[in-house]
Write a new protein. Structure first.
Length: 318
């Protein structure tokens, strides 16, 4: 009985600490760096323009307020922090102009945009990576994609040799194809190859008992809390973070590595200890760890982990 009461009390106290952490680092917090907050705000608003342009039939002169907001916010933004919001905004504004030129539309807003883009050409040379791009469903064999997904398994028989950092960046860059809310890309990946540090991190995690010694490469996936703001977004770090982690697991598989996700179902005390041991900033929420490496042998053994029949989890609504 006492232990149940302790569990309930623990849930409340952890929830309170969740709220304090979120308040301290969320996108409305005055304690967070201004450029970082502007980075996310501009990306989110520029995305509404590129998204509008990606619809079947964009409404002429849609989102006038957004367009003006993006131009004003970008003018105040320090592109030394990251040029990505500028690329996204300028590319979207240019595509907005092109779309309206093709439609033969005219409006003072379009003249404003044209003049605005002219000023920016000297500051950020073209091509601007933003707007819309062509996409084709041809080109990839469906079987290859299905094989990649079906062939992933949690592998706990790894070689503990460190993997070439360039190849790790390649895998991370593939995983960046993960979708993220409004393309804000708040997920962070911390990579460790130092055996002592890996041991320390795995000891705090606790779920790699029996194979920790074989782990020579470790990711900690986290999310920048500042990308999220307001009560409705309090858990979105986990949504985007988990989608990214899934792509990273598939990327590891595509590189021919074994990988095993490791839960971070932990309290704030352990989360802080992992942040300290891993040199991870306080404003990042930890999502999960991934142990990875070359497989110990091309043919190995994994847990069966059978799946439920799809009918048990799927409801086809009329
Ligand atoms: C969020 C998450 C946390 C996990 N944590 C651990 C862990 O701590 N230790 C472990 O050995 N496996 C862990 N796993 C692996 C699961 O046991 C495994 O994904 C599941 O049994 C399905 O098997 P499969 O990955 O081989 O398809 C974790 C998986 C997920 C998605």
């Amino acid at each position: 009985m006492l232990s149940r009461i302790a569990k309930v009390a623990g849930i409340f106290s952890e929830a309170l600490r969740d709220a304090v952490l979120f308040l301290r680092f969320n996108s409305y917090s005055p304690f967070v760096d201004r450029s970082k907050r502007a980075f996310y705000k501009i990306i989110i608003e520029a995305h509404t323009i590129e998204k509008g342009l990606s619809l079947q039939q964009p409404r002429l002169l849609f989102g006038k307020d957004k367009v003006r907001f993006v131009m004003a916010a970008l003018s105040r933004y320090d592109i030394g922090y990251s040029p990505v919001p500028a690329h996204m905004s300028l590319g979207a504004l240019e595509a907005y102009l092109n779309y309206h030129a093709q439609a033969g539309a005219s409006d003072p807003l379009l003249d404003e945009i044209r003049a605005y883009l002219k000023q920016w050409e000297a500051r950020l040379p073209k091509p601007w990576k933003g707007g819309t791009r062509e996409y084709s469903f041809n080109g990839q064999a469906a079987g290859d994609l299905q094989h990649l997904i079906a062939s992933r398994s949690s592998v706990r028989t790894l070689r503990n040799a460190p993997i070439d950092p360039d190849r790790i960046v390649e895998a991370i860059s593939l995983a960046q194809q993960a979708p993220s809310q409004c393309n804000r890309q708040a997920t962070r990946v911390h990579t460790y190859q130092d055996p002592a540090r890996i041991r320390e991190l795995l000891a705090l995690q606790g779920g790699s008992r029996g194979f920790a010694e074989s782990v020579g490469n470790l990711f900690v996936v986290s999310s920048d809390i500042c990308a999220w703001g307001g009560p409705g977004q309090r858990n979105q770090a986990y949504v985007d973070g988990a989608l990214f982690a899934m792509c990273l697991l598939l990327a590891c598989r595509s590189m021919g590595w074994g990988a095993c996700p490791l839960n971070l179902a932990i309290d704030h005390r352990t989360e802080s200890a992992i942040r300290r041991a891993g040199g991870i900033p306080d404003g990042e929420r930890l999502i999960l760890m991934i142990a990875f490496g070359e497989p110990s042998a091309p043919d190995t053994r994994v847990a069966f982990s059978p799946r439920r029949p799809p009918a048990e989890i799927a409801t086809l609504h009329a």
